[in-house]
Design a protein around this ligand. Structure first.
Ligand code: G4F
Length: 326
């Protein structure tokens, strides 16, 4: 039985990845950060309580990470833990950089010392591309990195230190450059789930407006379940590498609002207003990933369309607020 160790197992991608690996027969271990409200520690993995081994841990606590890796001796390590909110990275830039940059170095050091023959996956991000887009309108493995947020800058360090450790210490350490992933388990302070949740509340008479920031940013939105399959595939290769994982389609926040409100037979223009507080000091305007490399070399492709994913989120919030799908 293969053993996997997941940092951020209580997050959106971590919980889907744990489910996927359990289905494949893995013994799954993971860390969650201690939170003062004990009920909030692992709500996304409550249903896996008897199937995963969960420990308190933190990317900033290298000795704790090293002790766990030494005890568990995992075959595969998935580093998904991060301060993952781009706008919030402007509020807490130093914590973001400590966790997302120095934290990667900490777990690499623990890995190198405790279980160097394991394979390592780093959750790198398309936010690293920032303002850079290739002439054909895509971002791919060769696109320059010009990050436009403390979050993006911190992730560039994580990406580079993984490549550095791969070459310097001959570690099987890979980067997945993942574009936005948006299932119902997404935090509702990210734009897709915020729009769907509030639109459903408006439909049910529980809210009367939706306050957003920039409606004209474009994102390539895929489903986390498709993306965790890619993470696992990346670690099944003989050689470590870097891979862009994306749907290859892009839509604006406005297009997404139009679709969601339209599905609920509402006109988004009657309810959506802009609030400055949700604007970012510098914004990544446009994302569309070219995942040709992982599609052709590893045979990965997404199963969810944008519409399937948004419909799933609408159903999920409808069920949550009204107990039935209307
Ligand atoms: O949903 P978002 O907050 O996601 P963002 O910033 O693209 O970051 C996500 O994807 C990255 C991959 O590229 C990950 F690395 C990262 O961890 C995270 O998962 O914002 C999407 C877009 C932005 O352009 C934002 O300005 O929506 C715009 N937006 C407009 N109004 C809003 C809002 N975003 C949020 N969160 N809240 C708003 O009210």
């Amino acid at each position: 039985m293969k053993k996997a160790f997941i940092t951020g197992i209580g997050g959106q991608d971590g919980s889907y990845l744990a489910e996927h690996l359990i289905t494949l027969g893995y013994e799954v271990h993971g860390i969650v950060r201690r939170n003062s409200v004990s009920e909030q520690q692992q709500t996304r993995i409550d249903h896996l309580t008897n199937k995963v081994k969960v420990y308190y841990g933190d990317l900033l606590d290298q000795s704790g990470l090293e002790r766990l890796l030494r005890e568990i001796q995992p075959d595969e390590i998935y580093n998904l833990a991060a301060q993952s909110h781009v706008r919030v990275s402007y509020d807490i830039p130093q914590f973001t950089v400590q966790t997302n940059a120095v934290g990667v170095l900490n777990i690499l050091e623990a890995y190198r010392s405790a279980c160097p023959s394991a394979k390592f996956y780093q959750a790198s991000s398309s936010e690293m591309f920032g303002s850079a887009v290739d002439e054909d309108g895509f971002q791919r493995e060769t696109t320059p990195m010009r990050p436009v947020s403390p979050y993006g800058c911190s992730k560039v360090f994580g990406f580079n230190i993984v490549r550095n450790y791969r070459h310097a210490y001959k570690l099987h350490a890979s980067n997945g450059l993942l574009i936005n992933r948006e299932p119902p388990r997404r935090g509702s302070n990210f734009v897709t789930n915020k729009v769907v949740k509030t639109a459903v509340q408006i439909k049910l008479g529980l809210a009367d407006k939706l306050e957003l920031g920039n409606l004209d940013a474009y994102r390539d939105w895929g489903h986390s379940k498709d993306y965790v399959r890619a993470m696992h595939l990346i670690l099944q290769q003989d050689e470590p590498n870097d891979w862009v994982v994306a749907t290859g389609e892009t839509r604006s926040v406005r297009d997404m609002c139009k679709y969601v409100f339209g599905k609920l037979e509402l006109n988004y223009e009657d309810y959506v207003i802009q609030n400055q507080k949700f604007l970012r000091p510098e914004e990544l305007p446009y994302l569309k990933g070219d995942s040709t490399k992982i599609r052709t070399e590893l045979g990965w492709s997404p199963e969810y369309t944008f519409e399937m994913m948004m419909d799933e989120m609408i159903e999920s919030w409808m069920y949550y607020f009204s107990g039935s799908i209307k």
